[in-house]
Design a protein around this ligand. Structure first.
Ligand code: N01
Length: 546
């Protein structure tokens, strides 16, 4: 920490919030409602989080617009008009900006400011957070609203720095956009970002070469403009729909939920069920049967259906086979939702290189060398993902009790009670942290639940004169075991996915998110009713010494 050059913000605060995405904005709103003084620190120049950074062409949400929005402001949800079934990044960013303005939030947000460290003062029961320039702010509570997919990652490929052309990461896209006209472009990575950006770059570039390590299952979005009748239908029943999504679903999103096992259906019935969902578009397909993520045989029927659609879309049979995932069950890596992805490979200016059959050897000045050839390109787009769920937390040098650090605590995988709080780090809360549904859900639903929960805890602490809130070690251990048990009952840990930390060399292979929005909420509510079982509280007059 750069303590010697530091200066302290004049006024100590109740609450520091890191991040001005959807989590940070709602946390600020709730803090104000509780009468707490709060400030948000944001690395970007504006609000929006994920939707501020991920500006690549084709970026849009794959949760439907009518559901991917805040539910806490009835007037807002009636006033705001989404234009498409799946909103584009600019539209979602405009929404976040609108919310910030509507609630006059900007006066409590410091932009262009990255928090470098946070130190817990055990005597004063305060966090001292430090900006990159050394400026310190003291607050009683620290809330990390830093996002699950915000630490963009470019893999350390041999020779990377020697490339003489332009390089971009989808998660850190230039604000002025990129003109690919006449360019030979490489895209490395075929996850959700790659699958969205590839069709758009293909339309513009002279030539596009896609470097694929693992093929992905993807479902057609069938995006379309929203009709006024559809929008009105949602708006007139918003409270009811939101409640159903929160309290009865696994993902926080309303889908046509399944009633039967794929194994109870005949082959014809399965085909019909998959077909109408495929034609309807979006992730609804995942919910065709109730055992697709727990029964391997059932899962294979869905995977076979999607592989057949890939073979139908892609004219060259060899390319089609390269695009068919075969070595992990469908839905065990984050499902992708695309517009015209597979058909893009029918274009004359698009080639696919499988890094499985011809591994990448190194990046050179003029392109990418695989074991087969040197692929000369002018631009490399890294669609290589994120240090998911933990990267943005460990990027801040947090020091809890007795100098405890998060990287040391999480050396064998992230550990947090309810994915919210860590033993050894009092008065620190994570919104959608590891061990909560977060990335396995409509994340706005999960954000609202976490922020409401943290707010309730803070309100209780204010009323009861509590100065420290800390997860108990035993409760935290039990929760981590529970998260793993829930995951182990499914096929999800089978894939080398970023849910497992598998995309980061050396990251422990632990299933990080909690499966099941409604179950999770129920457990959190029970814990609250039980006097916040598993949290330890220190009264104000009982200060511990450092
Ligand atoms: O990242 P990813 P993403 N050499 O990690 C490859 C959300 N999201 O940015 O699978 C070569 O999924 C890697 O290959 P492999 C969504 O939750 C949502 O696409 O590790 N290749 C993979 O193909 C999503 O899941 C939306 O073998 C390398 C790709 O890069 C999450 O963000 C849109 C490599 C990374 O895929 C992350 O998606 C976009 C290497 N060394 C994102 N390292 C929507 O809402 C990595 N790869 C629609």
């Amino acid at each position: 920490m750069t303590r010697d050059t530091s200066q302290r913000n004049a006024k100590p605060l109740d609450l520091v919030i890191v991040g001005a995405g959807f989590a940070g904005l709602y946390m600020l709103y709730c803090a104000r409602k509780l009468g707490l003084s709060a400030k948000v620190f944001e690395a970007g120049a504006d609000v929006g989080g994920t939707w501020y950074w991920n500006r690549y062409p084709g970026a849009r949400c794959d949760v439907e617009s009518m559901q991917y929005s805040y539910s806490w402001d009835e007037e807002l949800q009636q006033d705001w008009d989404w234009t498409e079934r799946f909103a584009t990044q600019p539209e979602i960013l405009a929404y976040a900006r609108h919310v910030a303005d509507r609630h006059d939030m900007r006066r409590d947000i410091k932009f262009d400011t990255r928090i470098q460290s946070g130190n817990y003062d055990e005597t004063a029961h305060r966090w001292i957070v430090v900006e990159e320039d050394g400026t310190e702010t003291s607050a009683r509570y620290l809330v990390l609203a830093t996002g699950c997919l915000s630490a963009a990652r470019i893999p350390d490929l041999p020779g990377r720095a020697s490339f003489e052309g332009a390089t971009y990461h989808t998660g850190d896209w230039p604000h002025e956009g990129v003109d690919f006209t006449g360019k030979r472009v490489a895209v490395i990575g075929t996850g959700s970002s790659g699958i969205q950006v590839i069709p758009e770059i293909a339309k513009q570039a002279a030539h596009l070469t896609v470097f694929q390590r693992t093929p992905n299952f993807s479902l057609p979005a069938r995006n379309q403009p929203l009709s006024p009748q559809y929008v009105d239908g949602w708006k007139s029943r918003y409270p009811e729909h939101r409640k159903t999504a929160r309290e009865t679903t696994g993902s926080g999103t309303l889908y046509d939920l399944p009633k039967t096992s794929a194994m109870e259906a005949t082959a014809d019935e399965r085909e019909r069920e998959y077909r109408w969902r495929w034609e309807k578009g979006g992730a609804n397909f995942m919910h065709a049967f109730n055992d697709l993520v727990i029964n391997e045989e059932s899962n294979k029927t869905a995977a076979d259906f999607v592989r057949d659609r890939i073979r139908e879309s892609v004219k060259d049979p060899k390319t089609a086979e390269m695009l068919c995932p075969t070595d992990y069950p469908i839905f065990t890596k984050r499902i992708c939702v695309d517009s015209n992805y597979f058909a893009t490979y029918n274009r004359d200016n698009v080639d696919l290189v499988s890094l499985k059959t011809s591994p990448l050897e190194r990046i050179e000045a003029t392109g990418i060398r695989t074991t087969d050839a040197l692929h000369e390109v002018d631009v490399i787009v890294y669609a290589t993902g994120f240090d998911a769920m933990t990267g943005a937390v460990t990027a801040i040098d947090l020091r809890g009790r007795a100098g405890a650090t998060i990287p040391a605590k999480w050396a064998e995988g992230p550990r947090a009670y309810l994915g919210l709080a860590c033993h050894g780090f009092p008065n620190l809360f994570m919104v959608t942290g590891p061990g909560s549904p977060s990335v396995l859900s409509n994340v706005i639903v999960s954000i609202e639940q976490h922020v409401d929960y943290i707010s309730d805890l803070l309100e209780m602490a204010e009323k009861e004169g509590i100065s420290e809130i800390e997860a108990e070690l035993e409760a935290e251990n039990q929760w981590v075991t529970h998260v793993n048990e829930v995951a182990a009952a499914t096929l999800l840990p089978r894939a080398a996915s970023w849910y497992m930390g598998a995309n980061i060399p050396g990251k422990p292979r632990v299933f990080m998110p909690y499966i099941g929005v409604a179950n999770y909420r129920k457990k959190c509510d029970e814990i609250r009713q039980d006097g916040y079982r598993g949290f330890a509280f220190t009264p104000r007059n009982n200060r511990k010494s450092a």
